[in-house]
Write a protein that binds this ligand. Structure first.
Ligand code: DQA
Length: 146
């Protein structure tokens, strides 16, 4: 069994399904976690799914991933657009990194058009709704097998 794939979620994503459903849809983060766990089983990859509203906690999980994860899928929420610290942490991780956004950030306010994380990400999915997580997980399974 390969090392788990970490799926990390940043601030406010705990409110998925409740906040701005017209933008983020009606699925909850628990629904997304269940979908990813089932797909991980199908693909033969353990998945560790986490969410925090705290930048430092996300950084600690990325550091942990250096030894414990085969790849990182991350939706950094608003930290996408602000956090050099998360970029630095991801730059210290050797495996593949995929960035996920539920909404199409490029169709939204200009401040969402820039992503620090994209400077490190091997791929980016935006605007596919919560389905983006499953698409990223399928891609990650290919990347970690390579
Ligand atoms: C988001 C997009 C970000 O701009 C926003 O701050 C979020 C969610 C997305 O998944 O579409 O919290 O990352």
């Amino acid at each position: 069994m390969p090392k788990p794939i970490f799926i990390l979620n940043g601030p406010n994503l705990n409110l998925l399904g409740k906040r701005q459903p017209e933008i983020y849809g009606s699925e909850t983060l628990a629904d997304v976690a269940a979908t990813c766990a089932a797909l991980g089983d199908e693909l033969g990859h353990a998945v560790r799914f986490e969410q925090s509203n705290w930048e430092g906690q996300l950084i600690d999980w990325i550091h942990e991933a250096r030894d414990a994860a085969s790849g990182i899928i991350i939706n950094p929420g608003a930290f996408t657009h602000t956090s050099v610290a998360i970029l630095d942490a991801l730059n210290a991780f050797d495996g593949p990194v995929l960035e996920v956004h539920i909404s199409n950030v490029h169709k939204r306010e200009a401040f969402r058009h820039h992503s620090y994380v994209s400077l490190r990400a091997d791929g980016v999915i935006a605007g596919f709704g919560t389905q983006g997580y499953a698409l990223a997980l399928r891609r990650m399974a290919t990347l970690v097998a390579a």
